[in-house]
Structure formats: C-alpha cells, structure tokens
Design a protein around this ligand. Structure first.
Ligand code: SF4
Ligand code: SF4
Length: 280
C-alpha cells in the first residue's frame, strides 16, 4: 500500500474497500474471511498499545510471526505481520505502520518492515496498469468489501478475459455505465468475482484463492489440469486457467462451462435489455 495517486486508486477505495494482497494478505493456509478478520482484528488491537520505538515494533513483529510458521500457499511469498484493520470503523484492511494510523503520529514506520519503506511506498501490482480504466471503474463500484475486492483486483488476466467475453457477445466495447447503472449486471459481476472463493472446479493442489501476481517467474500459474487425455480444450480456457481449475472428467468440464455460460448469458441479456428499454 502506498501514497502515490492515480486516476483510480485501487489500493484504498472506500471506508470498507481496500487491498493488501501485495503484502501477502491472502498467503495463509485454510483461508476464510472470518479467520482473516479475526487475525487482523486481534493484531490491530494488540498494535494499539505497542510502544512506537524500534524495539517495540520489532517485538510486535516477533510475536505476530505465527502465520509465517504455517505452511503458506506460496512459501517464497511473505505475509506481513503489520497488516491490520484501519479506518474509523476498522472496516478495511491496511498497514499498521502507515503514518496515517492513529498512534503513529504521522511517522512512517514501514522502514521496519520486511520489504522496507521504499518498496511498501512505491510498489504497484500489475493490475494497476494492465486493467483498463473502464474495468477498474466497474470493479471499485461493484465490490463492497475488502476481502472480495483484494482477491479479484489482482486477477487482471481473469478480469480482462471475463470482460472480453462480455464484449465479444455484445459485439462492442462495454462502458462502465453498462454495469454501474444496472443492478442485474452488477449482481452478475459480483457472482463472477465470488468464483474466486466458490469455484467448485479448483484443482486439488491449488494455492486456494491466493494469487501470486509478481512477475518474477517464481510461481507461474499452471495450465488447466486434466486427469485424462479425452478432456477437450475449452473456449473458456483462459478463464479456467486463471481460476486454477482441474477436471477429472469431460462431464465436469462441461458443467463448469455451463456455469460460465449462464453467468455470461445473464450479464449480456441484462445489458441488452437495459439498452433497448432505456432503463437499468
Ligand atoms: S495488490 Fe495492487 S491493488 Fe492491492 S494493495 Fe497492492 S498494489 Fe494496491
Ligand atoms: S509494512 Fe509494507 S508489506 Fe507490511 S502491511 Fe505495511 S505496506 Fe504492507
């Protein structure tokens, strides 16, 4: 999380929507929103009484190294113990060392983190440049909670493949208003985003919903797993790969395609209906 501003700032969006994926937020085993919320909430509470000295902060880091000892989905990727909940209502994820956090009195303590202040302040994940502004705009307006937002926002290839499919079916580019002014389309998009946690065809050895999006070749996303040779390629191959899919039979692949077909049909019908009826 960093300070620089872009036209659309994906890292901190609203009171309830933000992201900490590059700080390793989701790089924990047996992930669920409930577990993560409890972990972050306890940490935030504990950090409030930490003495803001080098020793105090290092001691907090040492005490909060628990998740590091567990088998992380991507062992070579950090999970920062300074991730916590921020904002007046503690309703979104953020950095406890950030100068704006109450108690830090405007001092930037990120130099004491694993990555160091410079990296924490200046890093931008590939989604910030690779996702088109229209897609970014839809994302920030559609997703209303930090957990779902951080999981989908870094998935630029998945999100782009989804919107490209909608555009192909419509025969034109989409505008943000196709979504933002249409409750049915927004709901269908949220349903798509939820596949990150609910995809029933995730391969057994997947890193769960965690995404390693750093372009350093350490953990490239593998091709779709097919248990037998007779499982054909799919017209949704890119989406299936980005969802970390694995299929044990041709029938399973067909069922996955139907699920996606239904979602796209629902989306495109709602957009077309809205543009022909002049309503949302
Ligand atoms: S993963 Fe990307 S969007 Fe999320 S906090 Fe990091 S730079 Fe921002
Ligand atoms: S110290 Fe750096 S890596 Fe850790 S939560 Fe803050 S910004 Fe993220």
């Amino acid at each position: 999380m960093h300070d620089e501003t872009h036209d659309i700032y994906l890292c901190q969006v609203s009171e309830t929507v933000s992201c900490g994926a590059c700080c390793g937020l989701y790089n924990l085993p047996n992930l669920s929103r409930e577990k993560l919320e409890i972990l972050l909430s306890k940490r935030t509470e504990a950090f409030a009484s930490v003495l803001r000295t080098e020793d105090g902060i290092y001691e907090f880091q040492r005490r909060n190294k628990g998740p590091h000892r567990l088998s992380r989905p991507f062992p070579g990727f950090h999970h920062c113990p300074f991730l916590g909940l921020i904002g007046g209502e503690k309703s979104r994820v953020g950095c406890l060392l950030h100068p704006a956090v109450p108690g830090n009195n405007g001092v930037d303590y990120r130099s004491l983190s694993w990555y160091g202040e410079q990296a924490c302040r200046t890093y931008f994940c590939p989604a910030t440049t690779k996702l088109s502004p229209v897609y970014q705009s839809i994302l920030i307006q559609a997703i209303d909670n930090w957990y779902a937002f951080g999981l989908i926002v870094t998935e630029h290839a998945l999100v782009t493949a989804y919107f490209k499919e909608v555009e192909f079916r419509l025969g034109r580019h989409i505008a943000a208003s196709d979504y933002t002014q249409n409750i049915g389309v927004m709901d269908a998009f949220r349903e798509f985003a939820e596949l990150k946690t609910k995809w029933p065809y995730r391969r057994d050895d997947s890193p769960e919903p965690c995404n390693f999006f750093f372009e350093n070749g350490l953990y490239p996303r593998p091709a779709v797993f097919r248990r037998t040779m007779d499982i054909r390629p799919s017209s949704y191959e890119e989406i299936l790969r980005e969802l970390d899919s694995g299929f044990s039979s041709a029938r399973e692949l067909t069922a996955a395609e139907r699920l996606l077909d239904d979602l796209f049909l629902k989306t495109v019908r709602a957009i077309v209906y809205s543009s022909t009826s002049g309503g949302g």
